[in-house]
Design a protein around this ligand. Structure first.
Ligand code: UDP
Length: 228
């Protein structure tokens, strides 16, 4: 599941709202208890966005590394919230920082998941000029995930921003190519392409709704499935 930095902000305009992190942890914990193997990729936009800093004149690669470091902070917050609920976790960072968390080692991450631990992937792909959406797609492919869940602030993909346009229409199902060709704001194009190449569905749902994840996993929830 991809959890954007924005989702961790709650009602704040910046940073981590621990109550929101706790609520998301509750949902993840419930899914694990129900028997799902879960791993998370955490964004960093609530703390730092490389592109915005670069627009103000900062070197893009340096700004992106700062963005990746922000995702590590979020990952540690999420780990704390999950472990408070008795969910076993491991944070693995694409940028090694071995005194803080494990480095990303694919086979080790697979093993953690087999043991029922939630692996939280931090530092995106470890490369500048990428996003955590692409990191989520990459990890989903590497870990052999059955689906990539994208938790957003709305309950699926719409023809326009539903918060601005009352006539915006929600889609139940979309083809990967529709999303790319119509530039629908689901995930960035490289993430969608990677999911298409690997035939992994992307499930877009409202992460702010109580039991949102459980409902979608049960097939009762409102969401958009981007798939073949
Ligand atoms: N980032 C990066 N490479 C990656 C993932 C992230 O350089 O593989 C940087 C990039 O600067 C980005 C920031 O980390 O702006 C935070 O990630 P993102 O914007 O994807 O977070 P989200 O929007 O999900 O909160």
């Amino acid at each position: 599941m991809k959890v954007s930095g924005e989702a961790l902000m709650g009602d704040q305009s910046y940073g981590i709202d621990m109550n929101t992190a706790e609520r998301i942890a509750e949902e993840v914990g419930a899914a694990v208890k129900a028997g799902y193997e879960m791993c998370l990729v955490i964004g960093g936009g609530n703390i730092f966005r490389g592109l915005q800093a670069a627009a103000k004149g900062m070197d893009r690669a340096a700004a992106d590394y700062m963005g990746m470091l922000a995702t590590v902070m979020n990952a540690l917050a999420m780990q704390t919230a999950l472990e408070r609920r008795g969910v076993q976790t491991r944070v693995q960072s694409a940028i090694p920082m071995t005194t803080v968390c494990e480095p990303y080692i694919r086979r080790r991450a697979v093993r953690h998941m087999e043991k029922g631990r939630v692996v939280i992937f931090a530092a995106g792909t470890g490369n500048p000029f990428f996003t955590t959406d692409t990191a989520a797609a990459l990890r989903a492919a590497e870990m052999g995930c059955d689906a990539l869940f994208k938790g957003t602030q709305v309950d699926g993909v719409y023809s326009a921003d539903p918060k601005k346009d009352p006539n915006a229409e929600r889609y139940d199902q979309l083809d990967y190519l529709d999303v790319i060709a119509r530039d629908l704001k689901v995930m960035d194009a490289s993430a969608v392409t990677l999911m298409r190449d690997n035939q992994i569905p992307i499930v877009v749902f409202d992460i702010q709704k109580t039991n949102g994840l459980a409902d979608v996993l049960d097939g009762r929830g409102v969401c958009t499935v981007v798939g073949p």
